[in-house]
Design a protein. Sequence first.
Length: 265
Amino acid sequence: MELRDKVVVVTGGANGMGEAMCRRFAAEGASMVVCDIDAAGTRRVATEVGGLGRVVDVRDEAQIRALVRDVIEVRGRIDVFVANAGVLWGEPHDGVTPLQDRGNVWASNAAWQEMWDVNVMAQVYAARAVLPHMLARGEGYLVQNASAAGLLTALGNAPYTASKHAVVGLTEWLSIHHGAQGIKVSCIVAEGVRTDMLRGAQGEWFAVAGAIDPDDAAAAVVAGIRTEQFLILTHPKVEQYFRGKAADYDGWLTRMRRLHAKTPR
Ligand SMILES: NC(=O)c1ccc[n+]([C@@H]2O[C@H](COP(=O)([O-])OP(=O)(O)OC[C@H]3O[C@@H](n4cnc5c(N)ncnc54)[C@H](O)[C@@H]3O)[C@@H](O)[C@H]2O)c1
């Protein structure tokens, strides 16, 4: 799909990958709707891209439904819905708890729930809200931001890994069940992208080998939407790792255990 003249909604559009996508999609000629819980960032990006800005907490289904109704009223339709908002940790860092204690299975229930609500349920709410409109028109495009953690694993972060696997599963399901009805579906699988998500408590970047700039990730998304491919990879080597995992699951687990043992904690 070409993005020119398309009405595109991006959640989590005020920062990071979402912001870069809003800018890049606008440069492609899309009519943008920037949504985020961050009100100041939403205003800033919406102004910059000449689009609509809507402050939305994606954990709240009523707010997502209202957003969809509002955009259809103002812009007439939604061509592309990018469910991008996501969180890496389920609770703010207290500056004391080591990362491995925040990301293991003993992370608090509140942290697990937050990850589930933002990363997964928000995408369910969005699909539920926008699909009737897209199905009635016989066309539409759902772009879901997952992560390499959804195909492989995020070392040191069980809740994030589990939530992103759920995103991949949901996105496959949407493609299989609605693809023949004119609904295009893509799943963004990024590895390291230099956004606030990858910043530590001191504001430094977490060392993620091969981390790329958000603008480069946005360019990969535009290319993926253009060719309408299901998996939109910002780091092509992830496909190679995924194939390696599928070819020998136990061997892959052994390699990951070795990698985990070498990871500084
Ligand atoms: N940065 C990476 O390395 C990386 C890698 C793989 C996947 N991802 C995924 O990309 C997506 C974007 O991440 P990012 O790196 O740009 O992170 P980011 O923290 O820079 O941006 C996330 C945005 O989501 C918004 N958000 C969070 N909770 C929200 C809520 N309840 N309602 C509305 N908006 C909310 C934040 O305000 C923020 O603007 C996420 O789904 C993330 O899991 C990121």
